[in-house]
Design a protein. Sequence first.
Length: 231
Amino acid sequence: MNFFEIDFLGKMAALLKEAFKFKKYKAMHPVLAVFTGILMLPIVIASFAVTAVLAGLGFLFSFIAYPVRYLHEIVHDEGQTIKHATQAVIYFISWPFIFLLYAIISFILVLLVPTYALFAFLLYVWSLGGFKFHLFANYTEDISITVEGRYKLLPPIYITVGALLVFLIPLIHGIIYYIDLYDQYLERIFFPSFFGGIYPVYVWLHVAFTVLYTLIGFVRHPKKKDVVEAE
């Protein structure tokens, strides 16, 4: 498939639709699903930000690509039916403008491709592999999957480690850090220094753990079977 012909907004909508079916979350106890979703929030928020960027780029791409393709076809068709001298004049006048538009959508496409790849990856992580993995919008297979089986040990382990990284360990670290600052009469800098520099480290550790744990654990389980559409 030609990248210039891809409906990025349609592809984005289809991917969001599959992710929000929560197929993998429905394979675990509702309480575990809720806590798992809460701990996925950093990646969910990041995916929403990327979605906004992708939607903007996709709209701009479509807004320019459709008219330029139509204009290109008109110039090409007219050029085939008129005399050579007039044909040369039409091409001389129209092609610089058409080329400029193609250059613009090519630049947008350079931004769109990696943005869609990041978008697909983030959704794949927080949906726990809720659709067929792909990074490029020209993927033409059916992305839906059927989930069989139930999660048992994976969600409690993920929730326990996630809670330690995001809540318990930072809480203990924060208490010790505050006491140390208090002894030095510097407790006023606790909030900006802790939440501006120390706590984000734990969040990034949690994000790294989430990505690895999802790709190694959740994605592979429970047993799933890809859906193949009848032709």
